[in-house]
Design a protein around this ligand. Sequence first.
Ligand code: NAP
Ligand code: G4F
Length: 343
Amino acid sequence: MNKAFITGVTGQDGSYLLEFLLDKGYEVHAIIRRSSVFTSKRIPKKYWNHENFRSYHGDLTDSSNLHALISKIKPDEVYNLAAQSHVGVSFDVPEYTGEVDAIGTIRLLDAIRDTGVNTRFYQASTSELFGGLPGTEPQSETTPFYPKSPYGAAKLYGYWVTINYRESYNMFACNGILFNHESPRRGETFVTKKITKAVAKIFKGEQDNLQLGNIDAKRDWGYAKDYVEMMWLMLQQDKPVDLVVATGKCYTIREFTEIAFKHVGINITWKGEGENEVGVDKKDGRVLVIINPKYYRPAEVELLLGDASKAKNVLGWESKTTLDELVKIMVDYDLEHNDYGFD
Ligand code: NAP
Ligand code: G4F
């Protein structure tokens, strides 16, 4: 039986990856960081209680813990998904973000090197590495990096140490350079989930309006459930390879908002400009979207659009879910549920 070790299993991607690997017959081991509340609510009970799943307390800031677990478990595959993953928050906690996202990655790589465990390593790299170089889209594996946040800069370190350990110690280590991917399990402070949750609440009369920051940034949004399959596929290749994973289509936050409202029968029209712009219900003039500069970032990544043709050539992989389908999946979920609460 193949053994996998996951960091970040309680997150959006980790929870889908856990399901995917258990369904494939893997024995899955994962660290969970100590919290004063339960953090496992994205993991359906069927998987949380699965006989082939074991969880341990652990943290990417604790090398001795990582070293001991790698040495004891001797996994065949390691998926490093844990991170302080919020770009906006990384401006508030830059040092911690570097500690977890950058140094945490080398802690895990070095635990593998030092224990001599023969394993394959997946690093959750990101389109935020490309950041803000105008005119470079669509971004591929050869596009120059220019991170625009402490998060992007920390992930750049993680990207390069993964390559460095591959080249220096002949490790099977890969970077998945994933563009934004969303789902009903997306963290509630990321823009898509914030929008779909608010749309459902506004539709049900439980919330008055939705407050957003920069609605003209563009993102290439895929479906997280499709993307975790790519992580696994990358580790099944003969040779380690770094790959961009994206849909090849991008939309503004404004467009995402319009599509989400349309799904509950509300047509949004925009009035005003800049901080004074509002999104109004065409039918009755209700102000449903307000711009709040509190959500602006000190630096913004305006346009991310990925070119995943290498992933298609190497792995035969293509994104399956359109934006309309993704928005429908998310809004429908939020109309039915107030919380993740997966049973
Ligand atoms: P997420 O939902 O924010 O999950 C992050 C996970 O990391 C959670 O399980 C969290 O635990 C854990 N974590 C945070 N700090 C930790 C620490 N110090 N030690 C151990 N675990 C820690 O993120 P996601 O959307 O699933 O993304 C997964 C990975 O892919 C991240 O590395 C992210 O940066 C990267 N990525 C994401 C996207 C995207 O669009 N989603 C795109 C590119 C790359 P708690 O549950 O306790 O908070
Ligand atoms: O949903 P976001 O917070 O995602 P962002 O910054 O693109 O980062 C996500 O994707 C990265 C991959 O490219 C991952 F590496 C990272 O871990 C994370 O998963 O923001 C998307 C856009 C930004 O331009 C932001 O300024 O939406 C804009 N935005 C506008 N109003 C907002 C809001 N973002 C958030 N979170 N909240 C708002 O109210």
